[in-house]
Design a protein around this ligand. Structure first.
Ligand SMILES: C[S@@+](CC[C@H](N)C(=O)[O-])C[C@H]1O[C@@H](n2cnc3c(N)ncnc32)[C@H](O)[C@@H]1O
Length: 387
């Protein structure tokens, strides 16, 4: 299966150093996306059959058992990733594991029995969870991770949020699915954050992402070589937040330095209960305005969580007002909240996948009708410190 690719949105100066690619992440992606899991399950089947065939030739059989142990180790490692465990289950993995358990017992090999037992428990747990969450017909609709290529070979892996196919889980937030995919503003802001990080501007900073969706911006800011003290990716729905935690893990970002947390702008008291005095140096948000009311809410969040007296900065990138509802209310709302706000207009990023309007397609950047993006730089400079 081809990996969906998003062409780089190249920065003008192009001075960014390439990040260290993590072998773990790329192995996982190869396994997940390039048919590697199917090959692995096939290898286990073939080796198990070969070991069986040579049951009267102990030396020959042992060779096949050793190769089988290697393949089983890979399967157990891959099963630590919930998507991989699920995929292995769908490839018939747990039925195969059950059959193998009997054979391993006959071979009298404890290592094989242990490996197969680990594998069985992890695939069955994942599959059980999935069966509880999704109706049978929805199982093929599982989101796949895809790679976003940003400036200077920076790659970020994103998995879109899985739909839970249940009305109740969406509560009263009718538009919860807007956070299930990647928006153009995230590509613009993530690119700016990579430039800031490369210049050392994120060193030691506490960073908060609002309405993170898939978390591209926070994941870019969270690169360990940028040295931020903390990067907290937030959104209002637990389903989006658990996917954010997955995206942090799949990009090998350090936890707890990078973390995912629920933050509903309408229920600020529930967030950061113990941390109200521990404000943020940098608050980021991309395409976080879908209606005028959002501007007022974001203004309140910034007032509460940005470090006071000009020490904190917020960077918010939004599709321009002619393409998105509510954006025209953003600058006035910041002013009304006592914040200072400067605007820069940026072109639509050069992303290669078609920006099909209203598209929910997997692995695409959602641009909608946006022809330009506005980046707002917001500070607390002129505001008297809240008591
Ligand atoms: C248009 S999406 C943008 C997602 C992401 N920032 C991006 O650019 O790809 C808007 C995001 O704001 C979040 N959001 C909307 N209302 C919110 C609220 N009251 N509290 C927190 N997040 C909210 C949504 O869940 C969604 O993830």
């Amino acid at each position: 299966m081809a990996v969906p690719r998003l062409e780089a949105y190249r920065s003008q100066d192009g001075n960014l150093a390439a990040p260290q690619a993590s072998a773990g992440v790329h192995q996982l992606l190869d396994l997940r996306l390039e048919g590697g899991l199917e090959d692995l399950v096939g290898e286990v089947k073939t080796l198990a059959a070969a070991a069986e065939k040579h049951k009267d030739e102990p030396e020959e059989q042992q060779k096949h058992i050793e190769a089988l142990l290697e393949a089983l180790t890979k399967i157990v490692d891959a099963s630590a990733d919930e998507d991989c465990a699920e995929e292995i289950g769908f490839l018939g993995g747990h039925a195969l594991a059950t059959r193998l358990l009997e054979r391993c017992a006959m071979w009298d090999d404890c290592r094989a029995v242990d490996l197969v037992a680990d594998w069985t428990s992890v695939t069955l747990t994942t599959l059980g969870k999935l069966m509880r969450e999704a109706p049978v017909g929805a199982l093929d609709d599982r989101p796949r991770p895809f790679v976003v290529h940003l400036a200077n070979d920076t790659e970020v892996i994103l998995r879109e949020v899985r739909d839970d196919h249940s009305e109740a889980a969406h509560g009263d937030k009718a538009n919860v699915r807007v956070g299930y995919k990647l928006w153009g503003g995230a590509v613009v802001l993530a690119t700016a954050l990579l430039e800031m990080g490369a210049k050392g501007s994120l060193e030691g900073k506490r960073v908060l992402e609002l309405g993170a969706g898939l978390g591209l911006c926070g994941l870019a800011a969270g690169r360990s070589d940028f040295g931020a003290a903390a990067v907290v990716l937030t959104d209002f729905h637990p389903r989006i937040v658990s996917n954010l935690a997955y995206n942090i893990a799949v990009n090998d970002l350090e936890t707890p330095r990078c973390s995912a947390q629920v933050l509903d702008w309408e229920d600020l008291d529930a967030a950061f209960e113990d941390e109200v005095d521990d404000k943020f140096d940098l608050i980021i948000g991309s395409d976080i305005v879908c209606q005028a009311l959002d501007c007022e809410l974001v203004g309140r969040v910034l007032t509460r969580l940005l470090r006071p007296n000009g020490a904190g900065v917020a960077l918010v990138t939004l599709g321009s007002a002619d393409s998105r509802f509510g954006v025209e209310a953003f600058a006035p709302a910041m002013k009304a909240a006592g914040l200072e706000c400067r605007e820069t207009i940026l072109p639509v990023p050069d992303v290669c996948l078609p920006a099909s309007e209203g598209s929910q397609a997997r692995g695409e950047v959602f641009l909608g009708t946006a022809r330009a993006y506005v980046s707002f730089e917001i500070t607390t400079a002129t505001r008297l410190e809240a008591s």
